[in-house]
Design a protein around this ligand. Sequence first.
Ligand code: ADP
Length: 484
Amino acid sequence: MEETQDKKKLTASFVRKKTLQTTLQQVSQQMYARNKELADTNRMLSLLRTIAAISMESQSGIKQICQEITDAVVESTGYPLIGLFTQPSSHRDEIALYGISTKSWQGKTSTIEFARPPHLKTQSEWFTTGEIYEAIELKGHSAAKIAELLDCTKHEVKVFLDQLPIKSVYVVKLVVRQRVVGLLVAGFLDSVDTIAESDKHLLDRLGGSIGVALDNKLLFEENQHVVHQLQKTNQKLKALDETKDEFISMASHQLRTPLTSVKGYVSMVLEGDAGELNDMQKKLLEQSFASSQRMVYLIADLLNLSRLRTGKFVIEAKPTNLADVIESEVNQLKISAAGRNLTLDYKKPDNFPEIMLDETKIRQVIMNFADNAIYYTPSGGSIDIKLKQTKDSVEFTVNDNGIGIPPEEQRHLFNKFYRAKNAQKARPDGTGLGLFMAKKVIIAQGGAVVFKSVENKGSTFGFTFSKQKLKVPDHLQPKPKTTT
Ligand code: ADP
């Protein structure tokens, strides 16, 4: 009886032990699986980090980056082959093999050299159909077929397959923002059905971040490409601009000489050197003298404009008596003002001090402001020219009661070629260069522009200069007259 009881106890303890053992085995298996899973996840995370770092930090081009990525994937996963196809930025309809890495195989390290990178037409069926992003049994395809698909030679495929006995490939289409940016190809040594789900999962995950990395790099390269194109176009435009500047400068120089002699001869005839003139002849010649003078200024504007662009615009200051300069310009303009039935007033100030100015250029500014006033003031109007000084500054202004400038257009004034609408009607042949150049000349000599205008009431244009800034240095001061 006792014996049977002992037997029962023994059997029960044996069963408990067995159950315990099985449970322990199960738990350790589960732990092993969990550990493997964790190790895989860690491996994948570290690989994803490496890929992100390659794409963010690498200064290299897309080709180099693809190679760095395939190297990193082979090293981390141990797959026999990883290839990466992507689109060069200049060829949107093709993808080419930009990175390929292989694991050393049976003691040999395989380096696959292609005569030129194999590439696929993105329109090709193989690329667009679903077939491309799943497992493909290579056994079924002849070297000739693979060569055709990859657009490389049969020999290259043969060398490749001899070196690495790849039997199947798993291809992941890299799609970012609904655009295929490349293909990730992993080669396996066994047939398609032995590719593990975990491998497929890993490759799919990798495909996501490799796609983003490639997309970023491709966008960057595309931007660089566009910037490069723009730079090239810009260079061409610059060269064209230079040719145009050279032409303007040459043409202006060439025009200046005959114009000077036209002006000279007209002036001689006006002064009676060719005999006495009747009133009509005098009037006509005065008009042509005034026009040739305007042309001289226009040519000077063009020359200064091209000098500005070529950096040859320089101010050559010398002691200048503004009061005298203005007087001589006003005298020249009297004829055209009278011809348009305008009064032109200038009261020359006495004892005006000399200041350091570029006389030719400031003369042109004065002429320009006064000439504008004449043209933009209707018949019967008046123009008042003033030169004033305070303790610290000198101020020149031309005031008219002409058409004025519409308020919304005033801020564009002094821009190159800008002409207000009302002025275009009043004087269709203007250039819009005078004010632009005038401002440059005034600013270049440290002065400030004076401007105010009320549409249909009149305008004031002028400049101010600080006396201190433009003071004539002692060695250029006129020598005191010696009495004998
Ligand atoms: P242009 O007189 O050849 O058009 P400017 O550069 O000398 O070129 O002048 C630019 C523009 O400024 C003129 O077209 C005109 O709209 C305006 N402007 C200049 N001076 C006057 C003025 N005294 N009265 C009205 N508008 C003027």
